[in-house]
Design a protein around this ligand. Structure first.
Ligand SMILES: *[C@@H]1O[C@H](CO)[C@@H](O)[C@H](O)[C@H]1NC(C)=O
Ligand SMILES: *[C@@H]1O[C@H](CO)[C@@H](O)[C@H](O)[C@H]1NC(C)=O
Ligand SMILES: *[C@@H]1O[C@H](CO)[C@@H](O)[C@H](O)[C@H]1NC(C)=O
Length: 542
């Protein structure tokens, strides 16, 4: 029996390839989509200074992550989303009553506990305080304001919500939190919004509109309280530490955003009035405050539209992941490239030029077509580096690099027709950002080829020191300009890294003072990372 079986198997194995040769589908050259043909493929053309796609790319890549939203506090995105079933929401208060009106809940208990109080006043002695824990019984529909939208500062973090509610930003109403929550909940009631997600001091809060709809009380605990004053320090640092768990990608994963409905104030077709407002301002100082009345009306209309549109609209493209692919592909490598450029000197110039060229080649490998070679390798013409920089031969590499990730979307008319306007914005921002990264890398790589430092494409003569110095300068300025333009928060780190007993911290409200403008130094304006101690004795915040 076994023998027969084996024989059959052997026969099948022998016969199969003959009987049915593996079918191969011939590769077809797919024509580039019409859009990529109409683009300007000149390696010297830099992006328009009014273009905001790189800012959309960076803010979208940073959604729900504390680090980038603590760095750039003035949010520019409003995104509908949901909080999944089974998510715990914590509410510290002075008694054990379930709120009958809108109230704040925290996604981490550490944050809620700072509001845990006792109904009985005490004299600083250690007693108890109330903390309520709720659980979501259905997905909550929420609206997320990015930036540090829960930081009660005058200088922009609350602009988007205040404009939406009150049509203007009034510094005197900075602390009008009760009005804010009540009016936001009233505004969103007909739209089925259960709550609003905001970030502040490394914490995520859900402003919950109805504690009897979509959540149920899991526990009302009379917890052991912490003393007032400096004895509460561990509490503060515990909050910062718990926030740091969601500080970088993927961020706060208990909230899910629907990017097909994203609204961005960096969308220049939606809010063109903000273009002149941003002109010659650093990114720290970008605010949405300067939006014109008609543009604000358009934003509100768009928001109404997305909140009343079908939940299953859109192309199903996973934008969050697609964006992340681009960040992953280049974040570490650009940082290393910059490090190499920063540490190249006249002594190690010859050795380093080869290493840097190799790094450029590694980054571009998936797009380095064998046919893309400079003229002097295919013709007898002698063109020396000094004769000018004809880089036409390198353009196919740039085109491949710049279009590969999204070509399938551009080419697929069914997908195209399903894109929401938010997705078209996301697509344009991704394309333009990726294209500029590729432009700079291809330009740098082609420069290295011309200078004769590429291991696989020999130059015409051995690179001389003056030529190498010259290309190093060009490489440096190209790389610095690209990195500054991208401005990804993944590159903002404590350098050197913090030791084990410390963590990296970005100064944030209210630790640098509740009234930021009271401070003499202006570090709150442009927060820089530094190491703080994780346990006692704690560092001075600020
Ligand atoms: C709290 O302190 C005040 C003034 O020092 C004192 O009169 C009062 O009895 C104290 N209350 C309690 C509950 O200890
Ligand atoms: C950028 O926008 C400003 C203000 O709208 C305009 O004056 C300027 O010409 C624009 N620049 C470019 C390069 O288009
Ligand atoms: C390289 O030097 C620039 C300018 O001094 C600096 O801002 C940057 O952080 C340095 N980058 C690395 C990776 O060392």
């Amino acid at each position: 029996m076994l023998l027969v079986f084996s024989a059959v198997v052997v026969a099948v194995l022998i016969v199969l390839p003959l009987a049915s040769p593996p079918r191969q589908i011939p590769l077809q050259r797919v024509p580039p989509d019409s859009e990529s043909l109409t683009l300007d493929w000149n390696l010297e053309t830099t992006p328009d200074t009014n273009w905001t796609g790189h800012l959309i790319f960076d803010t979208v890549s940073s959604l729900l992550q504390h680090w980038p939203n603590t760095r750039y506090r003035n949010g520019h995105n409003i995104v509908p989303g949901s909080v999944s079933i089974g998510t715990l929401l914590y509410h510290g208060r002075g008694d054990n009553a379930i709120p009958t009106f809108p109230e704040w809940t925290a996604i981490d208990p550490e944050h809620a506990f700072t509001f845990c109080k006792d109904s009985m006043p005490n004299n600083g002695s250690i007693t108890g305080c109330w903390q309520l824990t709720f659980v979501t019984t259905r997905p909550l529909r929420v609206l997320y304001f990015d930036g540090s939208s829960g930081a009660k500062m005058e200088n922009g973090p609350m602009d988007a919500q205040d404009l939406l509610l009150w049509g203007r930003v009034d510094p005197a109403r900075r602390m009008d939190e009760s009005e804010r929550i009540n009016e936001l909940c009233a505004w969103g009631e007909d739209l089925g919004i259960d709550g609003y997600v905001r970030f502040l001091r490394e914490c995520s809060e859900v402003m919950l509109c109805d504690f009897f709809n979509g959540v149920e009380l899991l526990s009302a605990d009379y917890l052991s309280a912490w003393m007032e004053g400096s004895a509460r320090e561990p509490l503060v640092f515990g909050t910062i530490l718990s926030g740091s768990w969601h500080t970088r990608y993927p961020g706060e994963t208990r909230v899910h955003l629907d990017l097909t409905k994203l609204i961005s104030f960096y969308d220049t077709s939606l809010a063109p009035s903000l273009i002149p407002d941003r002109e010659s301002k650093e990114r720290w100082d970008h605010r949405v405050l300067g939006i014109s009345a008609p543009d604000l009306a358009a934003v509100k209309r768009r928001l109404q539209d997305v909140l009343t549109s079908d939940t299953d609209m859109g192309s199903s493209v996973d934008w969050k992941t697609l964006y992340r692919v681009v960040v992953d592909r280049y974040a570490d490598r650009l940082e290393m490239l910059e490090y190499l450029l920063n540490t190249t000197t006249t002594e190690n110039l010859h050795e380093r030029a080869l290493i840097i060229q190799t790094e450029l080649r590694i980054m571009l490998t998936p797009y380095l077509l064998h046919s893309a070679r400079p003229d002097w390798l295919s013709t007898a013409d002698s063109v020396s580096y000094a004769d000018g920089r004809d880089e036409a031969w390198a353009l196919p590499v740039w085109r491949a690099c710049a279009t590969r990730h999204t070509a399938h979307i551009h080419r697929n008319s069914r997908l195209q027709s399903q894109l929401t306007s938010s997705e078209r914005l996301l697509l344009g921002a991704l394309d333009g950002t990726n294209r500029e990264i590729c432009r700079v890398l291809v330009r740098m790589w082609a420069t290295g080829v011309h200078a004769g430092v590429d291991g696989l494409l020999p130059g015409q003569e051995d690179p001389s020191t003056p030529i190498l110095s010259q290309i190093l300068e060009q490489w440096r300025s190209d790389a610095h300009a690209l990195i500054a333009w991208l401005d990804w928060s993944v590159w903002v780190k404590c350098r050197p890294m913090c030791p084990a007993e410390e963590m990296c911290y970005l100064p944030t409200w209210p630790y640098f003072g509740v009234n930021e403008w009271d401070r003499k130094d202006e570090q709150w304006k442009r927060p820089k990372p530094r190491c703080i101690r994780k346990f006692q004795p704690y560092s001075v915040l600020g």
